[in-house]
Ligand binder design. Structure first.
Ligand code: C2E
Ligand code: CA
Ligand code: CA
Length: 559
């Protein structure tokens, strides 16, 4: 077609238009391009006129994509959407393309107008009003971002494309806003957007999803590349932001998902990046996390348990119960004590193992309430027992080191003492070795004062922490419970007795009693006896069980 059909005035008009424009025939062949076209694409008119419009294509979109574009053009005479095209220098960039049909000299033609949406400088048209841009930062908003993502993931057949989606969330931004006011908060957001933009490369897409949440599509093709990119962003945030000559340090947490490794669909890619960002927050903030289904499942499970646990601890004490596992003399099978162990049966979750919910209760500060419920259960058992209780054994209760430092702790224990004193039982508190490492000075004073009142202190799961001999010596402790992982090594053919022997030697030197946990079979019991370990507990003798007379029955070791 002859472009002579365009008269001079009309050409001048089209050339001055700020958007790139291209006229093509139905064939399709390019017949005219304006000046903005040449600026955005890098192609001059001589090169592209007479060519197919596909010279511009990036290869990101498959045949289906173009087929549906043409279908819509033929029925509605108009198509609009995001297209990734390629400049003459090979650079791939996203453009917002509008195509519509026009009749020129009685033949059907198409006009394509577009702009480079990744280029902030091209934003001279107040596109914000199109509801696709965020007014404050001038970045694409959530809608536009979704359109970007959709057009990148959808309809690819020979996809060369690997890319990553980042979900970026500022840490403690609410506090910044509350502390300094919204005007400063806004200014900071603008600077954050600029800084993020400066780390990105041409062709990458950055958007503001809402408040202090940003997202990006970055052109990297590997896990390592994504990690390196996240590092670069984190590094960029080590420098302060300056507002009114004052420096502000802002950090952010990043989650990333990779296409097509983690998902090949736009929505779930963003969702996974979001979940990964959440893990990054949970792991301490100012860090990145690549999506990992295992971490996510764990966090999700913890979250579910946390939600239910908070309610049950406040409202549904009946869901908790206490079972007991006796300790025995390893030689004679005589019962020397009972360890109380909590059980939680939730109406929806069913029975939840204590190893799943105790750490959550500790972390979220509910362990004191939980221990109170445990103590109440025990007191009911002791008070309402329908059988005669033996005298002179021990009652061991698991407590959290953190809870011991609470003001109310001693009075709760004193109340418990009234019950055990009546039976002439000794009260023993078990604290895990790992929790001791964190709270030394204060705790050791507390332990000493409890010990002065006649309460015995046991270190639970001994061997799993890093207590040194000197440290143990300084702690007021009566009992070491050897962790069951050491006992488990005793029944192999070449039993690994070195560690248990060393622990026993150390304990004897410090005048500590030793209880072996998790004794599951006879060979283990025999080795422990040979090593002069006096006390044991484990499935060989009894599993944790409900309160009953059975708990106090001695076992016959000669059978
Ligand atoms: P723990 O204090 O070391 O309790 C012993 C755990 O080992 C119990 O698990 C018990 O069922 C299990 N066990 C006993 N004998 C054997 C054996 O021969 N083989 C094996 N494989 N396991 C054995 P449980 O009841 O699931 O409790 C897990 C942990 O949860 C406890 O470890 C303790 O740290 C914590 N816990 C339980 N009840 C309470 C509680 O009332 N308060 C606090 N703070 N923690 C508790
Ligand atoms: Ca224990
Ligand atoms: Ca233990």
């Amino acid at each position: 077609m002859d472009t002579g059909i365009l008269d001079r005035e009309f050409k001048a008009l089209v050339d001055a238009h700020p958007r790139a424009m291209m006229l093509a025939t139905q064939e399709p062949r390019i017949v005219y391009v304006n000046r903005a076209f040449q600026q955005v694409t890098g192609y001059d008119a001589d090169t592209v006129v007479g060519e197919k419009p596909s010279v511009l294509s990036s290869g990101y979109h498959g045949r289906d994509f173009y087929r549906s574009m043409w279908r819509q053009l033929s029925t509605e005479n108009r198509w609009e959407g995001l297209v990734w095209n390629q400049r003459s220098n090979g650079e791939i960039y996203p453009q917002w393309l509008t195509i519509y049909g026009v009749e020129v000299n009685e033949s059907q033609c198409y006009v394509g107008t577009f702009m480079d949406v990744g280029d902030l400088a091209a934003m001279d048209e107040k596109l914000a009003s199109l509801a696709y841009y965020d007014v404050l930062t001038r970045l694409p908003n959530r809608h536009l971002f979704q359109a970007f993502l959709e057009s990148r993931t959808g309809q690819q057949d020979h996809s060369p494309a690997h890319f990553s989606v980042l979900y970026l969330d500022l840490d403690f931004f609410k506090e910044v806003n509350d502390l300094h006011g919204h005007a400063k908060g806004d200014e900071l957001l603008v600077q954050v957007a600029q800084r993020l933009h400066s780390v990105l490369r041409k062709g990458d897409v950055l958007a503001r999803l809402s408040g202090d949440e940003f997202a990006a599509i970055i052109e990297v093709d590997s896990m390592a590349g994504t990690e390196a990119f996240c590092e670069r962003i984190l590094n960029a945030f080590k420098e302060p932001f300056v507002v009114n000559d004052e420096p502000h340090y802002i950090s952010l947490s990043i989650g990333a998902s990779l296409f097509p490794l983690h998902a090949d669909e736009d929505r779930s890619l963003l969702e996974k990046a979001d979940q990964a960002m959440y893990s990054a927050k949970r792991m301490g903030r100012f860090r990145y996390q690549i999506f990992n289904p295992d971490i996510n499942r764990k966090l999700l499970y913890e979250e579910t348990i946390g939600q239910y646990l908070s309610r049950s601890i406040v409202e549904s004490h009946h869901e908790f119960s206490v079972v007991y596992q006796p300790h025995y003399m390893l030689e004679s099978g005589e019962v020397t004590g009972l360890e109380a162990l909590v059980r939680w049966h939730h109406p929806v979750l069913g029975p939840v193992p204590p190893s799943d919910f105790i750490p959550i209760a500790e972390k979220r500060g509910w362990i004191a309430e939980l221990t109170t419920v445990v103590l109440q259960n025990i007191q009911v058992h002791l008070k309402e027992s329908t059988f005669r209780l033996p005298m002179g054994i021990r009652l061991a209760i698991n407590v959290s080191a953190r809870h011991m430092l609470d003001d109310g702790f001693v009075s709760e224990i004193t109340r418990m003492r009234r019950y055990t004193d009546q039976l002439n039982w000794e009260l023993e508190l078990e604290i895990t070795e790992t929790s001791l490492v964190h709270f030394n000075d204060q705790l050791s004073l507390k332990l000493a004062s409890l010990q002065e009142q006649g309460i015995r202190i046991a270190i639970d799961d001994f061997g799993t922490g890093y207590s040194s001999l000197a440290y143990l010596q300084s702690l007021p402790v009566n009992v070491l419970k050897i962790d069951r992982s050491f006992v488990a090594r005793l029944n192999q053919q070449q039993a690994d007795i070195t560690l248990v022997r060393a622990i026993l030697a150390m304990a004897h030197a410090l005048n500590l009693e030793v209880v072996a946990e998790g004794v599951e079979n006879e060979p283990q019991r025999l080795i422990l006896c040979q090593l002069d370990c006096k006390h044991g507990q484990g499935f060989l003798f009894a599993k944790p069980q409900r309160w009953s007379e059975q708990l106090f029955h001695a076992l016959d070791m000669d059978q």
